[in-house]
Design a protein around this ligand. Structure first.
Ligand code: SF4
Ligand code: SF4
Length: 353
C-alpha cells in the first residue's frame, strides 16, 4: 500500500496551520480576498486548513488546492483579529514554496517570477544611476523594486528626500527578496536578501517601500517616514492642495511595522492640517489588493478590492490618495485614481517644489 501524497511543509509551520484548523473562523470578516470572492475556501481559515490537510495527507496536493496560498495579499488583517496573532501570511508564503517545489505553482505566479528576474538587472542599473558619488556614505538606501520599475519620479523623490534627511546616502542596487518569496522561490529570495545586506554592510539601512521595510526590519531597517517624522521640524508647509489628500495606511507599514502615527505626523507638518482618512484606518486599514502577487494570480479579485477602497474614497469626498507602498501606488493608479507617494511629499516638503 502506498502512503498518501503530502505537501512537504516545514515542521515549524505545523502549529500555525493547526491553530487555524481548530479555530471557529473568528477572523472570517477580515480578509479582503474573501470579501470580494464569497468562498469559504478563501477565508483565512479555509486557506490555512486546506493547506494543513494537504500537509498531513488528507487532501492530495494538486493545482486547485495549490492556488489557495496565492489567494492572499499578505495584509496581516487576520493576524490582527486573531487571539493567537497567528502568522497566516508567512505560513501561506511558506506553503507557496512547498507547492512550487512540487511543480504546482500557478502559471501566473511563475510568469511574474520570470518577469521579475528578467528585469532585475535593469532595476539594479536604475538604482546605480541614482547613486552618484556616494560610495563612502554611512547610510544605505533601499529604494524598492516597485519604485525603481515605475515610470513616475518616485524613485528620484526617495533619493532626494533621503539625501535631504541624511546628507550623502549610498543607493543600493539590490533587492530584499520579497517578490521571489511571494512567488514561492524561498532560496532565490534568501540569495537576494543576503546580497543586499552584504551591499549594505557597515552602514545604517533606510528603506522607502513598506513591503521591503517590513521584510528588512529584523536587519535593523528604518523607514524613510520614520526618519522624516523624527526630524519633523525640518519639514516645511507645502502649498495648499487643490483637493483633499486622503492617507491610505499600507498594510505592511501599519500592521506589519505598527507605523501609524509617523506618516500622519509628517503629513500634518507638510499639509498644515491632518490628512483626510478612510473609514478604517491605522492598524484597522483595509488592503489595496496589490500585495503578494494577487494582481497577477487573481487580477479580477485584486481589482475588486481596489475598487472597494476607491469607491469608499469617492463616497468620502474623493481627492488624491496618499500611500507609502509602491505596489499600492501603482495599483490605485491602474484603476484610474489620482495617487501620490508619501516620499514625494516628504521630498517636496524638505526641499520645496
Ligand atoms: S488566523 Fe486566528 S482567528 Fe483566523 S482562523 Fe486562524 S486561528 Fe482563527
Ligand atoms: S493576510 Fe490578509 S489576505 Fe492573507 S489571509 Fe489574512 S486577511 Fe486574507
Amino acid at each position: 500500500m502506498t502512503s498518501p501524497r503530502r505537501l512537504r511543509m516545514l515542521e515549524e509551520r505545523r502549529a500555525a496551520l493547526e491553530t487555524c484548523g481548530y479555530c471557529p473562523k473568528l477572523c472570517r470578516e477580515t480578509c479582503p480576498v474573501s470579501e470580494v470572492e464569497a468562498s469559504e475556501a478563501l477565508i483565512p481559515w479555509g486557506k490555512m486548513t486546506l493547506t494543513w490537510y494537504a500537509a498531513r495527507g488528507d487532501l492530495t496536493p494538486d493545482r486547485d488546492v495549490a492556488r489557495l496560498p496565492w489567494a492572499c495579499t499578505a495584509c496581516f488583517g487576520c493576524r490582527e483579529r486573531c487571539e493567537h496573532q497567528n502568522p497566516v501570511a508567512p505560513t501561506l508564503v511558506a506553503a507557496r514554496a512547498a507547492y512550487r517545489a512540487e511543480g504546482l505553482a500557478p502559471a501566473a505566479s511563475e510568469r511574474a517570477h520570470a518577469r521579475f528576474l528578467q528585469k532585475r538587472g535593469r532595476l539594479h542599473e536604475r538604482a546605480r544611476e541614482l547613486a552618484t558619488g556616494d560610495e563612502d556614505a554611512g547610510v544605505a538606501l533601499v529604494v524598492g523594486c516597485g519604485y525603481l520599475g515605475a515610470r513616475g519620479s518616485e524613485a528620484q523623490d526617495i533619493v532626494r528626500a533621503a539625501r535631504a534627511l541624511f546628507g550623502a546616502v549610498r543607493v543600493l542596487g539590490g533587492c530584499c527578496g520579497v517578490p521571489l518569496a511571494e512567488a514561492g522561490d524561498a532560496a532565490g529570495a534568501r540569495g537576494l536578501r543576503d546580497a543586499l545586506l552584504e551591499e549594505a554592510r557597515g552602514r545604517s539601512l533606510v528603506v522607502a517601500d513598506a513591503g521591503c521595510a517590513a521584510a528588512l526590519r529584523d536587519a535593523g531597517a528604518e523607514t524613510l517616514v520614520e526618519a522624516a517624522a523624527s526630524r519633523a521640524s525640518r519639514l516645511t508647509r507645502l502649498p495648499q492642495p487643490s483637493e483633499p489628500l486622503r492617507y491610505h495606511d499600507p498594510c505592511r507599514l501599519a500592521r506589519g511595522l505598527g507605523l501609524v502615527r509617523e506618516p500622519r505626523l509628517v503629513l500634518e507638518r507638510a499639509l498644515g492640517a491632518p490628512p483626510a482618512e478612510f473609514e478604517r484606518a491605522g492598524s484597522n486599514t483595509r488592503c489595496s489588493g496589490a500585495g503578494a502577487l494577487l494582481p497577477f494570480v487573481m487580477p479580477e479579485t485584486a481589482r475588486g478590492i481596489a475598487r472597494d477602497r476607491l469607491d469608499e474614497h469617492e463616497r468620502l469626498g474623493g481627492g488624491t490618495v496618499v500611500t507609502a507602498c509602491a505596489t499600492s501606488l501603482a495599483w490605485f493608479r491602474a484603476q484610474g485614481a489620482r495617487a501620490v507617494d508619501l516620499s514625494t511629499l516628504i521630498a517636496r516638503s524638505l526641499l520645496g517644489g
